[in-house]
Design a protein. Sequence first.
Length: 369
Amino acid sequence: MPKPLISILIITFLSLISEVSYAETDAGQKPQKPSISVIAYKVEIDKLPQSLEVLASLQSKQSVDLRSQLSERITAIHFEDGQTVQKGQLLVELNNRQTLAELQKAKAVEQEALRQYRRANQLKGRGNITQSVIDERYSTWQVAIAERNLIEADLNERSILAPFSGHLGFKQVTVGTLLTPTTTIVTLDSTDQMYLDMAAPAAYVGQVALNQEVEVRHAAFPQKVFKGHVIAIAPRLNESSALLQVRALLENPLGELKGNMQVNAKLLLPTKLLISIPTTALLMLGERNFVYRLQESDKGVKVERIEVQVGRRYTDRIEVLSGLKAGDSVVSQGIMRLMSGKNVSVKAYQNHAPLADLIRAKARNANGN
């Protein structure tokens, strides 16, 4: 067959195919590309619990270094290292021999002064006993009482008692040690309750309040949470750090927490009403943030890229300050394949199911299980 005739047949065949194709697209309309399947999130007003996590330190609610107000030698020690003691329990005795002798003498003087006063009072109005003599002997008696009280106070200082119930540390002295007012005998701590001291950034000043709950964890007790509440807030910020000092009280009935421990503390703040979205819904381009918002129409669902202003980040969510409102729907999974105006099909909403569960459900459906 001649070559010109073959060329004419090929051109005619291609023209026929083209006409059929245009006829199948309804008067020249281009065929629609298949929509992208995405997971969406419907924006709601969230009630998110707020908390502040800081490193804090512990100290016993009652703690003291026991010392003597006198300079004297120890004659007896009545406790063991680490012992639990009760309030008023005798711990240490100091040399008191001279004081006991002085007390005996003072009591004798007091007794004599009282006898002289009573005798003068009985002879009142008789003989040479005048009111001035009676008053003088009464005064002598009162001075003798005061002297005896002073010596008894000095004697009491020579017996060192536990000022409150608690746990002793290790003794720092022995029998025969010459104590001075600066010598520490032993430490005493009451650990049933502990003070928790922490510092909050100035931005939280308006959110921290008395009686707020506090949770404490320590590596020594990984499965345990110690609970307490705020009992005091400093009236001013720390001058050097500009932080707010906060004190809480923790219950520690088993004595597990110790003074000077460093612990992780979580201060539970008031619940906050806000709009937040999953972090997977956020597209960051430089310093700007965008989301793909769903738009429904008679031709299906399309996406529109809009800019949003974001706030605080949470574990898997981020606060939206502007750009979205309750009721909007955004793409939360699959944003990297999207462009503004693109058609999408929503295979699931993330709001009431974790994203991982949705993905597992999709895999099960694909496998026919």
